[in-house]
Design a protein around this ligand. Structure first.
Ligand code: AMP
Length: 230
C-alpha cells in the first residue's frame, strides 16, 4: 500500500457487499486506518446471542436461519450506539443498512451531516462461496480470518486476543443460500439507492486483503479530496 492517509475521526463510511465479499475484514482495516469506530451489526448480534439472554436467543434464531433481524431492533441498536449522547463523530458501518427502510432510517439519523461515502465491495459468487467456506471468527473479540487467504499466525488462535477461532453458526449451506438470496432481493437495491444519491463507490473486491484495502482507501481519499477542493 502507498503512504497511509491521515486519520480522520469524523469519517462516516458505509461498507456494502455480499456475504463473503470481505466487509468485516475491510471495515476493520479502514477503522484502524482512519481512527474511527468499526460498527458491525452482525458482530453486535453475535455477542448478544453468546450472552444467552432472551433477546440474544431471539437474535440467534434469526441469524442461524439466515433471516434478517427485524428493522426496529436493528435501527434501535444503531440509534443508541451511533446517534445517542455519547456517539462517536465518525464510524465505519459494516452490515447496516441491509434494506431501503434501514437506509432511510440511517439518512434521517445522520441528518444534514450525512455520510461521506458508501463503498460497495464487488466479488463474484465463486469467490464469496470460497471465502465463506474458509472463514473463521474469533469467539472472544469477533476478528475475522480465513484459513486460506488471511490465516492467523498460530492455527486456531486469534492474532489480536489469542481467543479460539470457530466457524460461524450461519456459515451452513442452507443459511448461506438464504443469506445470498436475501442479499439479491433486499440489500442489492441499496447500490442504486446510494448511487442515485451520489454516495456510491464500487470497488473491485477480488484480490488479496491488502490490495482491496488500497482500492477502498483510494476511493475514500478521492471523495475527501473532492470535498476539500469543492
Ligand atoms: P453479518 O455478520 O453482517 O453477516 O450478519 C449476520 C446476521 O446478523 C445476518 O444474517 C442477520 O441475521 C443479522 N443482521 C446483521 N445486520 C443486520 C441488519 N442490518 N438487518 C437485519 N439483520 C441483520
Amino acid at each position: 500500500m502507498k503512504a497511509q492517509p491521515a486519520p480522520d475521526e469524523t469519517a462516516r463510511i458505509v461498507v456494502l457487499g455480499r456475504q463473503g465479499s470481505g466487509k468485516g475484514t475491510q471495515a476493520a482495516r479502514l477503522a484502524a486506518i482512519y481512527g474511527v469506530a468499526h460498527v458491525s451489526t452482525g458482530d453486535a448480534f453475535r455477542a448478544a446471542a453468546g450472552s444467552g439472554s432472551e433477546l440474544g436467543r431471539t437474535l440467534k434464531s434469526y441469524m442461524d436461519r439466515g433471516e434478517l433481524v427485524p428493522d426496529d431492533v436493528v435501527v434501535g441498536v444503531i440509534r443508541e450506539h451511533l446517534f445517542g449522547p455519547d456517539a462517536p463523530a465518525g464510524f465505519i458501518l459494516d452490515g447496516f443498512p441491509r434494506n431501503v427502510g434501514q437506509a432511510e432510517a440511517l439518512a434521517e439519523m445522520a441528518g444534514k451531516r450525512g455520510l461521506d461515502i458508501v463503498v460497495d465491495l464487488e466479488a463474484d459468487t465463486q469467490e464469496v462461496l470460497h471465502r465463506m467456506a474458509g472463514r473463521r471468527v474469533c469467539t472472544k473479540c469477533g476478528a475475522n480470518y480465513n484459513v486460506v487467504d488471511n490465516p492467523t499466525k498460530v492455527s486456531g488462535q486469534c492474532d489480536a486476543c489469542s481467543g479460539p477461532l470457530a466457524q460461524r453458526d450461519d456459515d451452513t449451506e442452507d443459511a448461506i443460500r438464504r443469506r445470498l438470496e436475501i442479499y439479491e432481493t433486499t440489500t442489492a437495491p441499496l447500490i442504486d439507492w446510494y448511487r442515485d444519491r451520489g454516495l456510491l463507490a464500487a470497488v473491485d473486491a477480488m484480490g488479496d486483503v491488502a490490495t482491496v484495502t488500497a482500492r477502498v482507501v483510494a476511493a475514500v481519499e478521492g471523495v475527501r479530496q473532492a470535498k476539500t477542493i469543492g
